[in-house]
Ligand binder design. Structure first.
Ligand SMILES: [Zn+2]
Length: 396
């Protein structure tokens, strides 16, 4: 065989290979990611949701706030309504979900469980690659956070006056005034699920603040430089670095979130903090006893700090997939510490199954009415408590 023929064969081989790789990258991987999204973020109930007229009327008059959703992890257009996933702007508007925390996920170990995980593996790298995230975000958790913050800002730009990002007391007051004037504007604020995105560098607290983040949890599923996860290995308390981070967050006006923290870490944070503490998405052991959920003592500690417990909508949080189970947990918290310290923390789009998507929030209002909560209590639980805490913590 001549040299020329070999060269031709190689050329053909590499051309086919490149075409195949392009097909995989541009056609197959995004589909694969969308399939995972649809499979993992699922509601058991679908619209139209059955709500009584009285419940719907009350619900439509509320400002509804939710402390946790991982929407930014997925490649969906916020302005478009999807028939999969759990939250987007059209469904927020339908469900009168007025204020949503957009929490970013940066690293999730393989074989995820609520008992014991290490940081040795990660499922987000492949997902990020499949969704065409910027190259630098494949190798840096900090860049993953910054990219997701940028996504929300891009969406807000496109949404015009339908959606605002809240970063200060002034932004919050403007939003509440618009809502009270009958304008159906929606709002969001940025949070972080696991301080591994700081990459161990205190200077990154300011980087995250400047990127718009106003809430952060010390840990997600594994231990970080700040201390132990409830699902990690050490189950340790707050480290000196963690103290330094939280001190700076308090000074800047960022909410400290204890979701996913180990019990020792929660004790340390509650002992240390001088601003209201939140658990952005959780259940309570009083109605659903497992390692993911809060003990009575920790609920009391959060209440004492002036903060709120955001009740999750999925099975590990409330031991059932139903509005009734969510309200059971809410009622347990109000029974323990009063009506001012409980809020919503759906975990929409957090790879969980919920009883309804963000268009079905009125089902909770209906269930609260059924359980005998007064109108003013319902206003607090559905949103005012979260707004009170934000108004207290956010910077001027
Ligand atoms: Zn979570």
């Amino acid at each position: 065989m001549t040299k020329n023929l070999w060269t031709k064969k190689y050329r053909l081989f590499f051309s086919i290979l490149i075409v195949l790789l392009l097909v995989v990258y541009y056609l197959i991987l995004p589909k694969y990611a969308a399939n995972i999204d649809a499979k993992m973020n699922d509601a058991t109930g679908q619209p139209p949701y059955k709500v009584t007229e009285a419940a719907q009327n009350l619900h439509d008059s509320l400002i509804v706030a939710d402390l946790h959703a991982d929407f930014l992890l997925w490649n969906r257009d916020f302005l478009k309504e999807y028939d999969y996933g759990l939250v987007d702007l059209p469904r927020m508007q339908k469900g009168n979900l007025s204020l949503q925390a957009f929490t970013i996920v940066s690293k999730v170990p393989k074989g995820l469980n609520i008992h014991k995980n290490t940081a040795d593996t990660d499922q987000i790298t492949l997902l990020a690659f499949a969704q065409h995230w910027p190259f630098k975000s494949l190798f840096s958790l900090k860049e993953r956070a910054l990219f997701q913050a940028e996504k929300l800002h891009d969406f807000a730009g496109k949404a015009g006056d339908q959606f605002v990002i809240i970063k200060s007391k002034g932004d919050l007051a403007d939003f509440v005034n618009l809502r009270n004037a009958g304008k159906k504007v929606s709002a969001g604020f940025l949070g972080i699920e696991g301080a591994q995105i700081l990459e161990g560098d205190i200077a990154n607290v300011k980087v995250m603040y400047d990127a718009g983040f106003r809430m952060m949890a010390a840990t997600h599923f594994f231990d970080t430089e700040l201390g132990g996860s409830a699902h990690g290995v050490s189950l340790g308390g707050l480290t000196d670095f963690g103290r330094e981070v939280f001190k700076e967050m308090q000074e800047r006006g960022m909410l400290i979130d204890i979701a996913h923290a180990s019990p020792a870490m929660i004790d340390d944070i509650l002992g240390f903090a001088s601003t209201p503490i939140v658990s952005s998405h959780t259940g309570v052991r009083g109605t659903c006893d497992n390692q993911r959920n809060l003990s009575d003592d920790h609920i009391k500690g959060i209440a004492k700090s002036g903060g709120v417990v955001g009740i999750g909508f999925w099975e590990t949080a409330v031991c059932e997939t139903s509005a009734a189970a969510i309200v059971r947990a809410i009622k347990y918290v109000t029974g323990l510490v009063g009506v001012d310290h409980v809020a919503l923390g759906s975990d929409f789009d957090g790879a969980i199954q919920t009883p309804f998507d963000s268009g079905g929030m009125a089902l909770i209002t209906q269930e609260l009415l059924k359980e005998g909560f007064s109108e003013s209590d319902i206003r607090k639980i559905m949103g005012e408590n979260t707004i009170r805490v934000l108004a207290q913590v956010l910077p001027d």
